[in-house]
Design a protein around this ligand. Sequence first.
Ligand code: MTE
Ligand code: MO
Length: 444
Amino acid sequence: MSNIIKGPSTRELMAQMAAEADQLSIRDRRDFLRKGIAAVGGMAATTMAGGAIAKEVNTANLPPNEPAWGKQLGHGVVENPYGHPSEYEKHVVRRTVPWLTADSIASISMTPLQDLKGIITPNGLVFERYHGGVPQIPMEEHRLIIHGLVERPIIFTMEDLMRFPSVSQIKFIECPANGGMEWKGAQMEALQFTHGMLSCCEWTGVPLKVLLEEAGVKPEGKWILAEGADGSHMSRSIPLEKALEDTLVVYAQNGERLRPEQGYPLRLLNPGWEGNTSIKWLRRLEVGDKPWYHREETSKYTDLMPDGRARKFTFVQETNSVITSPCPENPIVKSGFLEIEGIAWSGRGRIKQVDISFDGGVSWVPANLKGLVLDKALTRFSLVTKWDGQPWLLQSRAIDETGYVQPTLKQLRDVRGGNSIYHKNSIHTWKVAPNGGITNVQIT
Ligand SMILES: Nc1nc2c(c(=O)[nH]1)N[C@H]1C(S)=C(S)[C@@H](COP(=O)(O)O)O[C@H]1N2
Ligand SMILES: [Mo]
């Protein structure tokens, strides 16, 4: 059998979860820690093969009794007019890895993929990456400037932008650093931390092509610098071909206006490309004849190759997939019937096929694609099987419509070496223990 590398333990995460739990009520805290322990590994004590997680319940609320909530009136809605999840879902939140960034306003908080269903990420759980905190921008004072190599420089108000015919598209956004903490070995004992720099929303806005037609790009115009209005003024160079193909300027996500964290009131969306090109709080688009790479572009996302040279642009987020159940946060709690579920995505187009391996990639069985299979969106897959305590090495492998096959870790390391941070899309392995506990391992 293949070689298994085990990363260092994640004590910091345990401490972080304990601190989060301190802010909850005693009862929530019990449930949270129980989940949290599973999330941080070493969860053997909390699950038993063949038996559900033991939760304390108030038997007075169980049949044949009438539960307490049926004997009284509930609360009204208008006291709290914007809806929130049930108080029993308090553990479903974004989380950060404390040691990952030096500061909390140039940081990243990750989506709890382990708790989500379907393909849409709820707005309050969309992972968030900022380099200078979240600005609060009044809609009326926000402007988008298009200038540079154009016939007619324009300044748009939000009202102007909303008069253009809108489009709505379901697309994923992934930070190229997703999985980056795992290049040298498995170390994150939670799906939220191995893959949570990933979200998928229905975005509404205007194709950038339409706005560029208003401004009239000059023949020499080949690149666009997109700049944010936040304190970091993050900017990226984007080739004009992409802008004319499918880039959107969006003001809504999942039906409501953008959240401040996602760039309210306006952001760029480059479907399938590195999240960092989807500039939030978008204030300026300058058309130029070459990339701003050696000029004022603020962020450089290069891939350091084994020979010491760096790859300058790697725009596309390549085909990837991961099993979301079971995973460290979702151990197997009963033997017998088991639905294995996960998500797959490709910056190149639609997912065509996902295979599952139980033996660390020696043999593969096809999974079913569930629900919508959309271009550059998360795609959910599933496989119904049985588990009777077998020590599986569970993997998923996605293939997209271009025929690209998600690489093994070895294939990826052979090309990229061990110096990389970005673009780690290799096949991921969860080790299933005989008690149903799941740990993060790497197979070489
Ligand atoms: N203005 C601005 N845009 C930005 C950033 C930023 O710090 N400032 N972060 C980028 C990075 S690195 C990523 S991965 C995506 C993340 O989008 P999200 O926070 O909506 O998930 O936003 C990008 N856009
Ligand atoms: Mo990012």
